[in-house]
Write a protein that binds this ligand. Sequence first.
Ligand code: PLP
Length: 494
Amino acid sequence: MFSEATPPPALLDAGALDDLVTHLDLARDAVVRAFAAADRPFSGTTPTAAATAVRGVDLDAPLGDPAATLAEVSALYLDHAVWFHHPHYQAHLNCPVALPAVMADVVASAVNSSMDTWDQSGAATAMERHLVDWTARRLGLPSGADGVFTSGGTQSNLQALLLARDEARARGARLEDLVVVTSPHAHFSARTAAGLLGLVPDAVVETEVDEHDRMHTGDLDRLLADLTAAGRTVAAVVATAGTTDLGVVDPLPSVGRTCRRHGVWLHVDAAYGGGLLTSRRRRHLLTGTERADSVTVDFHKTFFQPVAASALLVADRRTLRHATHHAAYLNPEAESVSQLPNQVDKSLQTTRRFDALKLWCTLRVLGADRLGELLDATVDLAAEARTALVADPDFEVVDGTPLSTVVFRWEAPGVDPLVLDRVNTAARDELVASGLAAVARTTYRGRTWLKLTLLNPATTLADVRHVVDLVRDHAATALHAETARGTADLGVVA
Ligand SMILES: *Cc1c(COP(=O)(O)O)cnc(C)c1O
């Protein structure tokens, strides 16, 4: 000890264990208080109000005290966070998180393993690899399969298309000839990836869809032949198992057969639908993934994991070599030869969290079947909600899909569809601004629709009805306002 007034330890080590416990207790109390107080999904604060409060904090004047800091964080953040566990949050692909995963995240942050090399992770690397193997086996991929955890579906898709691009180039294709074929409902990250990977601006080609909005296999077959005849090389077909908006699962078996016949890489984006791997009732919906060359699975959606946790799986581990770069200080070539397990050899990231520990603890405490039951409950609820909306004359509803989204739109007889677009948008904006509930908005067949994404097994049909009634009220009010404004515009106000 250098002086009587030594400040409390700043860093976590064996001498700071009492302080660690103090910090964990404070965190626990703050989280418990915040969850107990969250009586709606959102406070309804505005971006301006939030930014003003946040900018009032002088980051150069530390509080010097964890309790005071958490009190400040509670007022700035926890009071104005968006609560995905609240039954009236029904907007996006966010889930309430599995309890064992929260426990795991504390451990992972404290230990701070980095997954890039064996010498920064030790057994964590073996655990991540075991989970990759587990996922690949559930997908039905062959024994040569492999993969790596990533930060999300966007990154998994980017890496998949990078591997596909470099496989095509290794077979002699020119970069400017490469195309990627998707359905119009594929996630936008496929387009982003094509751009990042240096493909030409028109490189993403969309197939027709069938009457259920699934990739049309006959059209895919025709496109693959036409593109080849035109001198293009198809680097990959991206099929989706659970489209973000509608929850559509493309016909994976026939898409897979078509890709095989044309010798084209098949990537299955199962960012949303991947959780079906745990469902005993719905696992069959992923039949066909066993023929994929690569698959994206987001654990932070339908596996109830905290952000971030995703994986890219490949059928042939050798294709991962396209992501390999050797650095003398990190993963020298000699270590590949000696087969030290350096995950950076397979990853687009270098320093990387041990996100796999969340999934590990979840599977060890709850088990996959339990996760599948939780997911099944949300899919069942979506079907019930859709039936209820179909029976409701105030709403139009898009046909059902195998996942947990419901796309609908408030209707009123004789009203111009363009006005209805605006009214539905206004209803959604008002709802979100009130903080009382959250639904999403999207476009489908040229019109504006609202969307429920149901990923909370605790949400009931009564909760959905409550949210739908709020939409109805806001929409009726918005139409009234439109009509009044329209009358005023025409100058016929009495
Ligand atoms: C969510 C989603 C993505 C993007 O995943 P992130 O984890 O948000 O990066 C990609 N594809 C589909 C089908 C998705 O639903």
